[in-house]
Ligand binder design. Structure first.
Ligand code: ADP
Length: 398
């Protein structure tokens, strides 16, 4: 069974064709600059040269057609016809309160995606375009929506309600939703398998630390809390996002600098976090670490503040669950940066967490990085959102 996984951004489309018999990637690719000059598709197939097609893609419809051409290409492709594709799985960012579970796309699902354009203005319109392009390009195939907010929908009311007048929740659905759900679902499941924990009762904290970052707590694979909120701005310090902040800061900057709320929100989303705190060095941890190593104080503080915030969330979620069996690190920073993992864990001695420096000297593969005596297992587990989407698609269409 072959599943095509699609992840659409406003001007990009990432895809993977996955063979579900052994969960291997048959081909993967990226369409860039959709709707703008210089559109290009790049496809990678294990054992073959990169295939690059430079051709105008005015919309996602043309992008999907080009993806189909690339997959079917006699020389560079991997299938004879798209008939070989059993179903298509789509990452969809916001399903609001309507969906906690992945589902086969129908008119109602598409309406829900549309209804949440205001909560995910960059992503939901693109996700819908991707679905409609697949419906047009490959009619009759089932499309499955896998929601970024899905995993977080299980969190209880006490965790998702903001302490603001209730009417805003009732009128506009203002509450915490959580994002990166596909990654948290995948990694928490892998943690249970890899560490041999009780699938019904395991208490797992997943730290998804990429350019965007979030922490989730789950018991028996069911999410009980997660750090992002109404939008991905809440929670951790991220590459360019501030994470948790006193809302009065917004008003203060508006008044002092004559900026609009929208302007300040753009600053909090795009110019803050590690980038802002380091005084503009970079949003990339590697650059900030290099600057800190040369004695840049702001860069040092940015890294310390980042680790401190993650450690505080781990502490809070341990309290929320009344314990923790495993802490898993994933995504760009979590999978590659042993120093940051070690810094975060240096706050967790009270939990009996002990990091094995040799075991922690590892990148991008499943590993236990705590000592044999550590009271809590600390793990490195690479995330694989595409595979998680493909598994959901298989489950719902088989
Ligand atoms: P995204 O949120 O865009 O999916 P990723 O999960 O790919 O992000 O993470 C990207 C980030 O991972 C980069 O911005 C960089 O800060 C960090 N990163 C990648 N490799 C390393 C490394 N070797 N050391 C430290 N940080 C790294």
């Amino acid at each position: 069974m072959k599943i095509l996984v699609i992840n659409c951004g406003s001007s990009s489309l990432k895809y993977q064709l996955i063979d579900m018999d052994d969960e291997s990637v048959i081909a993967k690719g990226l369409c860039e600059r959709i709707g703008i000059d210089g559109s290009v598709l790049t496809q990678t197939v294990p054992g073959k040269d990169k295939y690059v097609i430079e051709q105008p893609m005015p919309s996602h419809n043309e992008a999907i057609k080009l993806v189909m051409d690339a997959l079917e290409d006699p020389e560079h492709g991997v299938i004879r016809s798209t008939d070989e594709i059993s179903a298509i799985g789509h990452r969809v960012v916001h399903g609001g309160t309507s969906f906690s579970e992945s589902c086969v796309v129908d008119e109602n699902v598409k309406q829900v995606i549309r209804d949440h354009f205001d909560l995910a203005p960059l992503h939901n319109p693109a996700n819908l375009m991707g679905i409609e392009a697949c419906e047009a390009g490959m009619p009759g195939k089932k499309n499955v929506a896998v929601w970024d907010t899905g995993f977080g929908m299980a969190i209880p009311e006490k965790a998702y309600m903001y302490a603001i007048p209730y009417e805003y929740y009732e009128k506009y659905g203002i509450r915490r939703y959580g994002f990166h759900g596909t990654s948290h679902m995948f990694v928490s499941g892998e943690a249970i398998k890899f560490a041999g924990l009780d699938p019904k009762a395991a208490k797992v904290i997943v730290c998804h630390l990429g350019n965007g970052g979030s922490v989730s707590a789950s018991i028996g694979g069911k999410c009980v809390d997660t750090s992002m909120g109404l939008t991905p701005l809440e929670g951790l310090i991220m590459g360019t996002r501030s994470g948790d902040i006193d809302a009065s800061v917004v008003q203060f900057i508006c008044n002092k600098e004559g900026k609009s709320v929208d302007d300040v929100l753009t600053i909090l989303n795009k110019k803050s976090g590690i980038l802002g705190l380091s005084g503009g060095v970079s949003s990339d941890f590697r650059d900030v670490e290099a600057a800190a190593a040369e004695g840049n104080h702001k860069a040092e503080v940015a890294l310390e503040a980042f680790a401190y915030r993650v450690a505080k969330y781990i502490g809070a979620y341990t309290a929320a669950m009344n314990g923790v069996d495993a802490i898993a690190f994933t995504a760009g920073v979590g999978e590659n940066d042993k120093k940051t993992r070690k810094n975060i864990c240096s706050y967790l001695g009270y939990l009996g967490v002990e990091i094995d420096d040799e075991a922690n000297d590892v990148r991008g593969k499943n590993a236990v990085i705590s000592t044999a005596d550590s009271k809590v297992k600390v793990l490195l587990l690479p995330t694989n959102e595409e595979l998680a989407i493909a598994r959901e698609t298989k489950r719902l269409t088989e």
